[in-house]
Design a protein around this ligand. Sequence first.
Ligand code: URA
Length: 455
Amino acid sequence: MPEFIMASTFFPQDIIIRKRDGGALTKDEITFFARGVVDGTFADYQATALLMAIFWRGMTAQETAWLTDAMLHSGEVIDLRDIPDAKVDKHSTGGVGDKVSLILAPLAAACGLKVPMMSGRGLGHTGGTLDKLEAIPGFKVQLTVPEFRAILQKVGCAMIGQTPQVVPADRKLYSLRDVTGTVECIPLICASIMSKKLAEGIDSLVLDVKFGKGAFMKSKERALELARAMVETGRAAGKPVLAQLTAMNQPLGRAAGHTTEVIESIECLKGRGPADLMEVTFALTGHMLVLGGVAKDRKEAQAKMDTAIANGSALQKFREMCTAQGGDPRVVDDYKILPTAKKLIAVKAPANAKGFVSEVDALKCGHAIMALGGGRASVSDKIDHAVGLAELIKIGEAVSPSTLLCTLHSNDDAKAARADVSAIASVKAEALIREAIKFTPTPPKLEPLIQDLIQ
Ligand code: URA
């Protein structure tokens, strides 16, 4: 039967009722839905009713795979088959201080992969890769698909925002979910993430699914469920997908914000990265190198990554990507080129502090960055790239009176007399950091950072 006749035989209300009553939808019904939200045949009020029905009733793995496929084909699917080398990407469900993409993309490119990365902006307490890149003067993240392809081919990695032509169904559905309490639904999250990643034209994908205080998924069980759903959906689309489960109770690395994270990322590429950040970066990049066939196993992958950092080729890829995307490559050697905060405030341990750090609450750290003006409460908010946290202490480290807990990079004018001192941004941020960091007299048990691998 021709497709247009098939599509016109459905009524949105029948589809909503079947899902409301716990039934499974057919491939054609799901395709009708994904197309309908873009062309208007499925009205917003009907789409939100169906989203809420899916939220409560769930979707089978088969329905989720069909939804992903229908969303993927609601717009342009980038075809990179003419570009040689394996095209492998990484996606993280996000957290505080998660700047892995900025290190991983040039590192993987230096090791022989092509990394076509379409990323998002930060919302709420978690930062976004595009915002971090935009801290680099001139760096353009809104490129056309031909520009993206050209940079990918020449440099080996390109990091851009979603183009309007890619997965328009997700743009529509995500905006409806955001205002109707239907974001936290595993089949919908899975279809949203996987449709966008598959639209990049990748051969394979590595996922970093975070769980804990600073993550979207608070519990490990829910993170595992999402990881399994995404790996299965990738398999249904014929692409090898592997998911790593990573704890996100404390921020990753010692910096969080934009300028501060760009600096920490460049330091990593110079071989001076903090241990936790390098552990996650090496694990994810290592999986990419094996999936992409440029290393036979993780051991060989590690040797390649060590060489790319030691001989400067990963750092050089970062420079080349900056240049290709309009950014100032001198940033690599001169951090003063980045937006700089007016004030650095040292937050020190109190006079009675003795023992070890037992907690650095990532959510509260994220809220401290927001208080400084470095986060968005809503998508249209402007952010200050210069503000953030640096030199953040880590769980397990020893403290005594005056140990540095963190440096706040602030742009507020605390001198301006205000009746309510607690309303001053840096005062609020410092209070949040002090709430975030807890001490214990004996060394705490450290939880492993990488906790599972789903493949
Ligand atoms: N990120 C996405 O891209 N989609 C979701 O649904 C949730 C997080």
